[in-house]
Design a protein around this ligand. Structure first.
Ligand code: IMP
Length: 431
């Protein structure tokens, strides 16, 4: 099994960073294919915490090749900050272990500004974007007005395309958003210097990854965000602007879809969401002492995110794994549920005219569903030190097996704490 796709099966923040870091131990290549610095993958190794935004999670292992594919929206400022931050902590980052696609689109200052301004105009319909310029960059890609890394590296293309882009964007900033215009020469100087620092990393990464696969190397595709934030499959318009699951790999990594050998989803044992949009199983997470508050506090969801928490939603995860054609899935943050007298999960939705196990096609319909919740008894034992499935409390095993049955896809691993070592394998054969 030399190629493996790992993706989020909820609304992001499922704990992918840790799992990808773990699976990267036996991979040769770790490839990002979508999203940008809107992602934040947290990896804890030996008590040291690393938060990665654009650099693939395999960077913490020596001798892995980490690839930022053509489908990623690359902010050169953020990428270079991240690289310097890693180097300052003694991690080697060079053109051998970090590769950047010449075809990746570049996020400029105007993308970030327009992202933040557009949110103001949306008012109540605010998406709650990360403000990192992701949407406007992908919009320009689709409108064919964007600049790719290769355009940024070529002086005449860079000047011509940035001039044309800023002519339009400055009008938008001035007239519509009442902001200051950006100076072409200043932007050219700044981004030229950044591009030169990135040049040693740049190449035809699609070709490199396809050749590696043919040579029998193990390729791990690292999804960012989650399936329910996917621009096509998610709760549109409350989504990100890329294809987050294995659906994004063919286009975003220039990798043939028939060569994808195994697909694994990742979901928390409960559910969280950042920003706006429907969330059928959402709980009150601000009232102290409630289950939602407990998830938000013990799961450290506050601060990293807005803190929105709720029960596990089997309808949503079933849908996410179904469209991805997942072979299995991994449950994270099981330890956060320790101490709950009873644990609930949505197994169906109540909709006009009855009940359904199916995910509704539109975000507006998701807003109207009522989750049908069922419960199982909780456990009180600390499970953070458990490493074998049979050593888990019977109630924890019953909960896991219930989720597996409701979702209908095998659970291959459980995560019971933030460290790389805090996992319980359940027949996972990634390679
Ligand atoms: P954008 O990707 O910044 O445009 O934001 C669009 C939506 O996706 C917002 O609701 C964000 O909060 C959400 N989002 C983007 N990246 C992540 C992530 O890595 N984890 C969780 N939510 C995210």
């Amino acid at each position: 099994m030399p190629s493996l796709s790992v993706f989020g099966a909820q609304w992001g923040d499922e704990g992918k960073g840790k799992l990808i870091d773990l699976l990267a131990q036996d991979a040769d290549y770790v490839v990002r294919y979508q999203g940008g610095a809107n992602a934040g993958h947290t990896v804890v190794v030996g008590g040291q915490k690393y938060v990665l935004h654009l650099v693939p999670s395999g960077i913490l292992h020596p001798a892995k090749v980490n690839v930022i594919g053509n489908g990623v929206a690359v902010d050169p400022i953020k990428l270079l900050e991240e690289i310097e931050g890693l180097r300052a902590r003694g991690i080697v980052v060079d053109g051998k272990n970090l590769r950047l696609s010449a075809g990746a689109h570049v996020i400029f200052e105007h993308h970030r500004l327009i992202d933040q301004c557009a949110e103001r105009w949306r008012g109540e319909g605010r998406i709650g974007t990360t403000g990192r310029g992701i949407g406007p960059c992908y919009a320009d890609k689709a409108a064919r007005t964007g600049l790719r890394v290769c355009d940024l590296l070529d002086p005449s293309t860079r000047r011509a395309r940035l001039r044309a882009a800023l002519a339009e964007k400055n009008e938008l900033l001035l007239q519509v958003h009442k902001e200051k215009a950006l100076d072409l020469e200043g932007q050219l100087d700044q981004y030229t210097a950044l591009a030169e620092r990135l040049r040693p990393l740049v190449g035809d990464t699609g070709k490199e990854v396809r050749a590696a696969y043919r040579a029998g190397k193990r390729i791990l595709f690292e999804g960012a965000q989650g399936a329910l934030l996917d621009i096509d499959a998610g709760t549109y318009p409350f989504v990100t602007s890329s294809n987050t699951g294995p659906d994004g790999i063919a286009a975003g990594a220039s990798f043939p879809p028939r060569q994808l050998d195994q697909i694994l989803g990742i979901a928390k044992a409960y559910c969280t969401r950042v920003g706006g949009g429907p969330f059928p199983t959402e709980l009150d997470w601000e009232k102290e002492g409630t289950p939602g508050w407990h998830m938000s506090t013990v799961g450290a969801e506050k601060g990293v995110t807005t803190g929105r928490c709720g029960w596990f939603d089997a309808v949503a995860v079933r849908y996410a794994l179904d469209i991805a054609g997942a072979d299995g899935w991994i449950v994270t943050n099981l330890d956060v549920l320790t101490g709950f007298p009873e644990i609930r999960a949505a197994v169906r939705y109540r909709v006009a005219g009855g009940e359904t196990r199916d995910w509704p096609a539109e975000a507006s319909s998701v807003e109207r569903v009522e989750p049908v919740l069922t419960s199982r008894p909780g456990w009180t034992e600390d499970i953070t030190g458990v490493r074998r499935y049979e050593d888990l409390p019977a109630a924890a095993r019953a909960y896991v097996e219930w989720l597996e049955m409701e979702v209908g896809t095998p659970i291959r691993m459980l995560s019971v704490g933030p460290d790389r070592s805090q996992v319980i394998a359940r027949g996972l054969k990634p390679w």
